[in-house]
Design a protein around this ligand. Structure first.
Ligand code: CO
Length: 211
């Protein structure tokens, strides 16, 4: 573990050599333009794969990049990012080869985590017909990774936090991306939610005092 502190000291030194004001500037404030909701998988580190320095991305990660509307942790991150940091973009980024998605497709209990992965099983069930038509198991899994991103993107957009930001006239876009561990490349899945009209009538709510 000592090695980690040595690495940290060397990194901080390199950053200071490149930009002497870097840390003192960050210490005063953060101004990220983007909220990243991604998988906790160690191979999908948001800042690193975007090649962005500290201070540029507000990050929330959990297993299989889920946006569960009762998750107070995710909701707090979302509210802070949208209302305090005023980010204009929220990205939900899944990744191919996601162990969470793979486990959700299988029928073996793994423990507590099964109750978290159940949210992916719901997506699997909802798109069962489309997925059953994909003969190749790898391709089927990749497709569920993409569909999971689609649903989580919608979950972000359906939150009261996002709906209220839109009602206040704020520009706020939710994007669905996928990352490939195999080549290090991001792909925009084209899932983009920008307006209340795009979240489904059932989910639309008008806040008190917001018209
Ligand atoms: Co994953």
């Amino acid at each position: 573990m000592d090695d980690l502190f040595a690495r940290n000291r060397a990194w901080a030194e390199r950053m200071r050599a490149r930009d002497p004001e870097f840390f003192s500037r960050l210490a005063r404030q953060q101004a990220p333009r983007l909220l990243w909701i991604g998988c906790a998988d160690s191979r999908v580190p948001a800042n690193q794969l975007l090649d962005l320095d500290p201070g540029t991305v507000f990050v929330h990660r959990n297993i299989a990049n889920l946006v569960v509307h009762t998750d107070i942790n995710m909701l707090s991150v979302l509210q802070f990012a949208v209302e305090a940091l005023q980010v204009e973009h929220v990205v939900v980024c899944g990744h191919y080869g996601c162990g969470g998605v793979r486990a959700a497709m299988a029928d073996r209990q793994l423990g507590l985590i099964d109750n978290w992965l159940r949210h992916i099983k719901d997506v699997y069930d909802q798109h069962g017909a489309e997925l059953a038509e994909i003969a190749d198991p790898g391709r089927r899994e990749d497709r569920l990774v993409e569909l999971n991103v689609l649903h989580q993107t919608l979950h972000v957009a359906r939150s009261t936090v996002v709906q209220n930001a839109w009602a206040r006239g704020r520009r706020l876009e939710v994007h669905g991306w996928v990352y490939s561990i195999a080549d290090g490349l991001l792909r925009d899945l084209g899932y983009r939610v920008r307006r209340p009209e795009e979240i489904g009538a059932v989910y639309r709510m008008v806040g008190e005092g917001i018209t």
